[in-house]
Design a protein around this ligand. Structure first.
Ligand code: DAH
Length: 338
C-alpha cells in the first residue's frame, strides 16, 4: 500500500519535471490534485484503510501530496516567469524612438489677411466693433438711405429670412448701430461675414468685409485719403499708387471707388488688371447726411468718412489668386501655400 504511494510520488515527480509548458503543468495539477485527481481519490478512500495501517498511510499520503504540490508550484512559477520575460522582450516600448510628426496647422489665408488689415487700422487708432450677421432690414438698407423700393437694393442679391430680417449683405449696417449708441469722435472698423445669393469665380454666397468709418467735427475727404493711403502702403507696399474714381453709394455723398495700381504688372497692363493698370479695391465716401439723421446725429455739426472692402478680394490681389471659391474648398494644396 505504501509502495503504491511511493510510485505515485515518483511518477508525478517525473511527469512534472518533463512537462514543457504551463498548460501541461496545469493539466498535471488536475490529474493529481483535482477533484477527481489521484491524490484526492486516495484521501477520499482513507476510511477504507484498516485502522492499524491508517496512521502511517495517512502520514505518507500527506507527504506525497505536499511534495507534488511544491513541485507543481515551482514549475508553474518558472513557466510564468518565462512567459512574462517573453512578452517583455517582444512588446517592449522603446522610448528613445523618434515620435510621429504631427504637422502644425496655420491660420486660414482670409484670417491672415484680415488680421493684417485690422492691425494697420488699430495702429491708426481705430477700434474693432462687431454687428449681427442676421440683421434687420432697417439697418442693412433703410438706415443706409435705401428705402424699400430703392433701386440700389437690386445691386445686392439679398437672402431674406422674413420681410424685415435679412442675412446682412454688407458690414455697413454696423455704422448705424455704433453711431446710435455712441457720440463722436468715432474711429471704428467692423470686420465680419456677409452674405449674397451669388456664385461664380469672383462671387461666393458668404465672404468677409471690413467696414471702417470716422466721425467728428471737420472730417474731410483728405482724412479719408490719408488713412487709405497708409492702409494700402502697409498692405501692398509703398510703391503702390491709389486712384479715387467717382461712384455712387446711397449711404455716402460724395462716393468713390478706390483703385490701386496693379500689383502684378505695376501699372503696365496685364490680364489681371485687364490692361488698365488698375485694380478696384474698395468703396468709400463721405457719410451721407441722411445716414447721420437716421443715427440721430446733427449733420450740421458732424461729418465723417466711411469705407468698405472685401477681405477675400484683398487676399486675391495680394497673392494673385484668380478664383475666390478656392478659399472655401478646403483643398490642403491651396491652403498650405499661405
Ligand atoms: N457696403 C458697400 C458694399 O458692400 C461697400 C462700401 C462702399 C462701404 C462705400 C462703405 C462705403 O462704407 O462708404 O458694396
Amino acid at each position: 500500500m505504501l509502495n503504491d504511494l511511493h510510485s505515485i510520488k515518483d511518477l508525478a515527480g517525473d511527469e512534472i519535471e518533463k512537462s514543457d509548458s504551463l498548460r501541461q503543468v496545469q493539466e498535471l495539477r488536475i490529474k493529481y490534485l483535482g477533484k477527481k485527481g489521484i491524490i484526492t481519490g486516495r484521501i477520499k478512500s482513507l476510511g477504507a484503510v484498516s485502522p492499524e495501517d491508517r496512521r502511517n498511510y495517512g502520514q505518507l499520503l500527506n507527504e506525497v501530496k505536499t511534495y507534488i504540490e511544491d513541485l507543481l508550484c515551482r514549475s508553474e512559477k518558472t513557466f510564468k516567469a518565462a512567459e512574462l520575460n517573453r512578452t517583455l522582450q517582444t512588446q517592449r516600448i522603446d522610448v528613445t524612438l523618434p515620435g510621429y510628426f504631427i504637422p502644425p496647422g496655420h491660420l486660414h489665408p482670409t484670417t491672415q489677411v484680415l488680421d493684417e488689415i485690422v492691425d494697420v487700422f488699430t495702429s491708426l487708432g481705430f477700434h474693432v466693433e462687431e454687428g449681427p450677421e442676421v440683421e434687420l432690414d432697417f439697418y442693412n438698407f433703410e438706415a443706409l438711405n435705401m428705402p424699400k423700393d430703392h433701386p440700389a437694393r437690386d445691386m445686392q442679391d439679398t437672402f431674406y429670412i422674413t420681410d424685415d430680417v435679412v442675412l446682412r449683405t454688407h458690414t455697413s449696417p454696423v455704422q448705424v448701430r455704433i453711431m446710435k449708441n455712441n457720440t463722436p469722435p468715432l474711429r471704428v472698423i467692423a470686420p465680419g461675414k456677409v452674405y449674397r445669393c451669388d456664385a461664380d469665380v469672383t462671387h461666393i454666397p458668404m465672404f468677409h468685409q471690413l467696414e471702417g468709418f470716422m466721425v467728428d467735427k471737420h472730417i474731410t475727404m483728405s482724412d479719408l485719403k490719408g488713412v487709405l493711403e497708409v492702409f494700402i502702403h502697409k498692405v501692398f507696399g509703398t510703391d503702390t499708387k491709389l486712384r479715387f474714381r467717382p461712384s455712387f453709394f446711397p449711404f455716402t455723398e460724395p462716393s468713390a471707388e478706390i483703385d490701386i495700381s496693379c500689383v502684378i504688372c505695376r501699372g503696365a497692363g496685364c490680364s489681371v488688371c485687364k490692361n488698365t493698370g488698375w485694380l478696384e479695391i474698395l468703396g468709400a465716401g463721405m457719410i451721407n447726411p441722411r445716414v447721420f439723421e437716421m443715427a440721430g446725429y446733427d449733420p450740421e455739426q458732424y461729418t465723417g468718412f466711411a469705407f468698405g472692402m472685401g477681405i477675400e478680394r484683398v487676399a486675391m490681389l495680394k497673392y494673385g489668386i484668380d478664383d475666390i471659391r478656392l478659399f472655401y474648398e478646403n483643398d490642403k494644396r491651396f491652403l498650405e501655400q499661405f
